[in-house]
Ligand binder design. Structure first.
Ligand code: NAP
Length: 279
């Protein structure tokens, strides 16, 4: 673990994972513009320090950074203990870091899928468990989980990724109800496809949904601003953009058997072979 502890402990800070690039970076800009102290977490320590400098210069906010690989099974506890050691208190936890694997389930390396499930599900779950008692003691706080519109659908050729987002959405909605009246809100953010490094990491650019759709994809700054307004409003489910909210409502009307079949042409790139037909 790496990071330059800020000179003084931060009170009521926003801790955001995956803050170096993409949606996480854009969200940090929204929080900083509103005057929040920030703790930025990702693997790229140098990039985090650059972002921290940019935000503190632009908005006069205190920013601390922690460089950590959150796919490690003990990463959540390591991060929590480091935050305690630095004396910070976290008021808003944003579990944003995530990535997707792409291809036929039978072909994808299970180690990569294990890291994906750890980063997208287990680490956010454990971070929530660790930071929640402090928020409950203050009767104040918010957990923001970066799910996806993928959480509403089965995703052939990104089966594990879509399933991790369905988990995060369901988990967030469930604990939001448990926490009702406690002063702690839970928000699952569900963006549509957004042009970020995500597609490069997932290697799904040959598929319509990952690359050929790129001119139609939303941009990260707009999506983050829309998400931020819904986060501030403490929505339990935050779907950025009215057309996406309409699309999710329409999805509920489509039979699931039809929907999963309809996903195939969007998800299956020319680089993915069919299985030989069974005799
Ligand atoms: N882009 C989309 O279409 C889309 C749509 C819906 C939801 N989402 C979700 O939005 C979130 C952010 O994705 P994005 O599109 O902004 O992707 P991105 O541009 O690839 O950013 C991912 C962020 O997560 C960090 N990260 C990746 N692996 C990590 C690890 N092992 N440990 C710690 N941090 C790690 C990255 O920083 P480092 O590389 O420095 O570690 C980066 O800051 C993800 O949860 C994704 O599933 C994306």
């Amino acid at each position: 673990m790496d990071g330059t502890p800020s000179s003084s402990p931060l009170t009521g800070a926003v801790l955001i994972t995956g803050a170096s690039y993409g949606l996480g970076y854009e969200l940090t800009r929204c929080f900083a513009a509103d005057g929040h102290a920030l703790i930025l977490v990702a693997r790229s320590g140098d990039r985090l320090r650059t972002v921290a400098q940019e935000l503190s210069q632009a908005h006069g906010v205190q920013v601390d950074t922690v460089a950590l690989d959150l796919t490690q099974p003990d990463a959540a506890r390591m991060l929590f203990e480091e935050i305690q050691r630095r004396g910070h208190t976290v008021e808003i936890l944003v579990n944003n870091a995530g990535f997707g694997t792409y291809g036929r389930f039978s072909d994808i390396d299970f180690d990569a899928e294990t890291r994906e499930m750890q980063l997208n599900m287990l680490t956010p779950t454990q971070l929530t468990k660790l930071f929640l008692p402090g928020m409950l003691a203050q009767r104040r706080g918010q957990v923001v989980n970066m799910a996806s519109m993928a959480g509403y659908l089965p995703g052939p050729y990104m089966a594990i990724y879509f399933a991790t987002k369905a988990y995060l959405l369901s988990f967030s909605e469930a604990i939001a109800e448990e926490l009702r009246g406690s002063g702690v809100a839970v928000t699952a953010v569900c963006p549509n496809v957004v042009a970020t490094r995500f597609q490069e990491t997932a290697h799904n650019q040959a598929a319509y949904i990952g690359g050929r759709f790129r001119p139609l994809m939303a941009d990260a700054p707009t999506t983050a601003r829309q998400a931020y307004a819904l986060i501030r409003a403490k929505r339990t489910v935050a779907i950025p953009g009215w057309s996406n909210r309409l699309a999710v409502a329409a999805l509920g009307l489509i039979p699931r058997a039809l929907m999963r079949r309809a996903m195939v042409p969007f998800q299956k790139g020319p680089d993915i072979a069919d299985y030989p037909k069974a005799r």
